[in-house]
Design a protein around this ligand. Structure first.
Ligand SMILES: NC(=O)c1ccc[n+]([C@@H]2O[C@H](COP(=O)([O-])OP(=O)(O)OC[C@H]3O[C@@H](n4cnc5c(N)ncnc54)[C@H](OP(=O)(O)O)[C@@H]3O)[C@@H](O)[C@H]2O)c1
Length: 360
């Protein structure tokens, strides 16, 4: 993430430069109060391999500052961005130490000045907890601006709540940036991935017909369970023909690998088809400009860190409504205790199937 994108997100969530308990402004930190009791947390002080830099320590617990809530974390979700940031692949400044993980879920235990005390006891899912601050969710407690603690409906587990933040918000923004998808045909590349999974479920909830691609039968079963109307193995030589037999063209593509899949996407496009890319491959693709012109296709790129606040809040509200309606499910969960966080990161880096949850 670029510094500009991080600043934009902090601004989007109304964060202002933080001060510690001595009143000194902290470099690179959001609003946060002083320290109280101890807590167990996973943290790193330098970028590097998981087993080398991740440690579990007892540190002082954050107190909620103005407009913040203190959350007892019950589940902490691991995303690719967490290990990419930790490893240094997409580094961010470390202010002394960094507790990893943007996503999590738990219960509000205390509120800072300016927050309705009635929120104490509320079950919440967390959005972007570690952005611009050191208090990620891989700890017993975290403090976040209250707008980043979204009500978690009673029927939804903490593990599902901790699976939502980055993947579901990304899926939502990719899907709906160009308007409603009701009655449209949506192609979700990689439908058993974390973003792909929620893209399928949100598109189905919104009334779309959903086609998805996977690379194995195991992943195909997950995509079917999520509600995809057609599941195709993208490694099959006739993937385009299989899809065209089901639908002559698609209206939206939610794309995880533009370079690998652009030929397929163009083969399935019609005038106005939008291809929304949210992931960078190890090498940038060379864009076949004439083929894109000929297809009259629209290319869109999304990075969650820079999405405007209003869109994120709309997405979070819609995701919560989908949860309450029982329209969102989780991928199979792989659980790791906090003490085994390095193994959790290694599993995530290896691309294991399912959702990795760390339990503080
Ligand atoms: N822009 C953003 O704001 C944003 C937000 C979230 C995630 N991301 C990025 O998006 C990527 C995916 O994130 P995630 O959390 O969904 O990861 P994930 O759970 O590991 O899922 C990635 C999925 O992509 C599939 N895939 C890989 N190559 C493919 C191809 N050529 N065609 C179709 N599917 C393919 C993988 O399965 P197979 O390899 O078996 O096909 C896997 O199921 C990561 O690089 C992440 O950093 C970006």
């Amino acid at each position: 993430m670029t510094a500009g994108a991080e600043d934009s997100l902090r601004e989007a969530f109304g964060l202002i430069p933080g001060r510690d308990c001595t009143g000194q402004q902290r470099r690179g930190q959001g609003v946060q109060g002083g320290y109280a009791s101890p807590m167990k947390a996973a943290l790193y002080r330098h970028n590097g391999p998981a087993a080398e830099v991740l440690q579990v320590e007892e540190i002082e617990r954050p107190q909620p500052g103005p407009e913040e809530v203190l959350v007892r974390v019950r589940a902490s979700g691991v995303n690719p961005t967490d290990w990419k940031t930790r490893s240094g692949m997409t580094p961010r400044p470390i202010d002394g130490f960094q507790i990893p993980h943007l996503d999590g879920a738990g219960i509000i235990e205390a509120v800072g000045p300016g927050v309705d005390p009635g929120r104490v006891g509320e079950r919440v899912w967390l959005v972007m907890a570690a952005v611009g601050r050191r208090w990620g969710t891989a700890a017993e407690w975290t403090a976040v601006p209250e707008r980043q603690a979204v009500p978690l409906p009673d029927g939804a587990s903490f593990e599902l709540g901790a699976s939502l933040g980055v993947p579901a918000l990304t899926a939502h923004y990719c899907l709906f940036s160009d308007g409603p998808v009701k009655g449209q045909t949506v192609l979700v590349a990689g439908g058993a991935g974390a973003v792909g999974h929620f893209a399928i479920e949100l598109a189905k909830r919104a009334g779309a017909r959903v086609i998805t691609t996977v690379s194995s039968a195991e992943k195909g079963a997950l995509a079917e369970k999520a509600g995809a109307d057609l599941v195709v193995n993208y490694r099959a030589g006739d993937a385009a023909d299989q899809i065209r037999a089901f639908a002559p063209a698609v209206d939206r593509v939610i794309e995880v690998a533009l370079g690998a899949n652009l030929a397929l996407d163009l083969a399935l496009s019609r005038v106005g088809t939008t291809v929304v890319t949210y992931a960078a491959e190890s090498a940038d693709p060379v864009l076949p400009v004439r083929a894109c012109m000929t297809a009259n296709v629209i290319l869109r790129f999304v990075l969650l860190y820079g999405v405007p606040a209003a869109a994120l809040e709309r997405a979070a509200a819609d995701i919560t409504a989908a949860l309450a309606a029982g329209d969102l499910t989780g991928l199979p969960v792989r659980r790791y205790p906090l003490d085994h966080i390095a193994a959790a990161h290694e599993a995530a880096e290896a691309g294991v199937v399912g959702k990795i949850i760390v339990t503080p």
